[in-house]
Design a protein around this ligand. Structure first.
Ligand SMILES: Cc1cc2nc3c(=O)[nH]c(=O)nc-3n(C[C@H](O)[C@H](O)[C@H](O)COP(=O)(O)OP(=O)(O)OC[C@H]3O[C@@H](n4cnc5c(N)ncnc54)[C@H](O)[C@@H]3O)c2cc1C
Length: 454
């Protein structure tokens, strides 16, 4: 009975299964759905390749590269097209390019003059006293001022967390910012010094290599999932929903409903790589306080709306896409110019937009039906980006519990969860709810856990 049971076949569970296997461990992966990948869901139809969940990752994480190489799909990684370099923000009535350098920022109209000068004054900001867990909004205002925070910082967090910056914890969502503050007092000063030091120690490939290219695979993100499924073979059970856990015989008895039949499996260790709300349910009969800690991790709902336009019916948009800060009070969080970023995802010159709706800002919108979401996205694209053509393809995907929210107190909560797990030896938690929401974070953390368990 030395098998490790991994519950959940999203990218976390799959990466962990790979890592443990490569360290000589016997694993079984139990996925409740009939498909693998969790949030990662690539769809193909009529020459379009759409992503229901995540769109891309930054190709700078060694663990992700290693995983792709091990699965044999490293040569299928595709970097974003150079045309996707520019990024836009919808602010003060129109789309404005995000300046790419400090001098360009000072000259740009992304913020009113007073707000730009306030950002420069950040050089003289005082350090925060003590180790308080502050909201992203409060941290931002202290450093950058009200307008820059509500415009720039809110847009950045929206693109990652679709969250509420008054609720998100700065330390949990942007630890690089609190680190800069701790070490350099001013974020600007810290960024200048860090960049200077990095430039001296540049890897081959220059600054672009350091930042990492925005990337996917030629067959979408599912390419990695499918490769892992093939590699793991019979260790993976789909349609296998875990319904309960019990300690026993020096390990764990796992109750599984597999294709409608009840089964039991003995494992020396169990890793729950499930969303926090599922994990909390499985933990409840075992340890109520631990379950409550996990259940307290909130999720923001989000809807993804794909709109594809016939070639020539609307201009191909420039840049990666645009984000809309909350102060604009729009119904769209932003849109990715998917066919500009990855032209191979829309054959024959179709123009593909991927719009995001809802988030912590407007959770009510995710309750709309598919047709209403498509109408909403079309109306917003028309007003924000001037797209008046009729789409030849439209679909909306709702994620009622889409993105975990690392709200104020999250770091302490995760520390308490880690401490409480000591009461359940052989049981471990993994996944995007705890220490990073990006695909790269999930893979890096899965590798770290795999190394610890091997
Ligand atoms: C709309 C959207 C856009 C995103 N965009 C990006 C992006 O562009 N880049 C990026 O890096 N990240 C992005 N993310 C985040 C990223 O997709 C996720 O953090 C990551 O895929 C989570 O992987 P995971 O394995 O931890 O969890 P999940 O993908 O949620 O996997 C959990 C798995 O557990 C299974 N499960 C649940 N209950 C049980 C049970 N009882 N028994 C067995 N199995 C069970 C589920 O079916 C699921 O397969 C996005 C997320 C969303 C929702």
């Amino acid at each position: 009975m030395t098998v490790v049971a991994i519950v959940g076949g999203g990218i976390t569970g799959l990466a962990l299964a790979y890592r443990l296997r490569s360290r000589g461990k016997d694993v079984v992966l139990l996925e409740g759905e009939t498909r693998l990948g969790g949030n990662i869901q690539t769809r193909r139809r009529d020459g379009l390749l759409t992503e229901a969940g995540p769109n891309s990752f930054l190709d700078k994480e060694p663990a992700t590269r290693e995983l792709a190489a091990a699965v044999g799909v490293e040569d299928r990684i595709r970097a974003a097209d150079p045309a996707a370099k520019a990024r836009y923000l919808y602010t003060r009535g129109r789309l404005r390019a995000v300046p790419a350098s400090p001098p360009a920022f000072l000259k740009s109209d992304i913020l009113p003059l007073g707000a730009r000068l306030r950002v420069v004054a950040e050089l003289f900001t005082g350090r925060v006293s003590g180790e308080v867990d502050e909201s992203l909004g409060a941290f931002g205002r202290r450093h950058l001022g009200t307008t820059a925070t509500a415009t720039l910082l809110d847009a950045v967090q929206t693109g990652i967390y679709a969250g509420d910056m008054e609720a998100l914890s700065v330390g949990a969502t942007f630890p690089q910012l609190t680190k800069l503050e701790r070490e350099h007092r001013s974020l600007i000063l810290g960024a200048i010094r860090t960049q200077g030091a990095q430039r001296k120690a540049l890897p081959a490939g220059g600054p672009a290599k350091l930042r990492g290219a925005l990337s996917t695979f030629d067959g979408g993100l599912q390419t990695l999932v499918d490769g892992l499924a093939t590699m793991l073979g019979p260790a993976v059970h789909t349609g296998a929903k875990v319904e309960g856990l019990q300690p026993g015989h020096g390990g764990w008895r796992v109750s599984v409903r597999e294709h409608g039949r009840q089964a039991e499996l003995m494992a020396s260790r169990v890793v729950l790589a499930t969303p926090a709300y599922v994990t909390a349910g499985l933990l409840r009969p075992l340890d109520e306080p631990l379950s409550a800690l996990v259940e307290g991790i909130a999720y923001a709902p989000i809807a993804v709306v794909h709109l594809a336009y016939a070639p020539g019916s609307t201009p191909a948009p420039d840049g990666f896409g645009f984000l809309v800060p909350g102060l604009e009070k729009r119904r769209l969080l932003g849109a990715i110019h998917a066919s500009t970023v990855f032209p191979f995802r829309a054959e024959g010159g179709h123009v593909l937009y991927t719009c995001m709706v809802g988030g912590a800002r407007r959770p009510d919108l995710v309750k709309l039906d598919e047709e209403a979401l498509v109408t909403l996205a079309r109306e917003e694209l028309k007003e924000l980006a001037g797209v008046t053509a009729s789409p030849v393809f439209a679909e909306a995907i709702r994620w009622p519990r889409g993105i975990p929210q690392y709200n104020v107190g999250h770091l302490e909560r995760v520390a308490s969860i880690d401490a409480a797990l000591a009461r359940l030896p052989g049981l471990h938690l993994a996944g995007n709810a705890y220490k990073g929401v990006g695909i790269n974070d999930c893979i890096r953390n899965a590798f770290a856990l795999g190394d610890m368990l091997a």
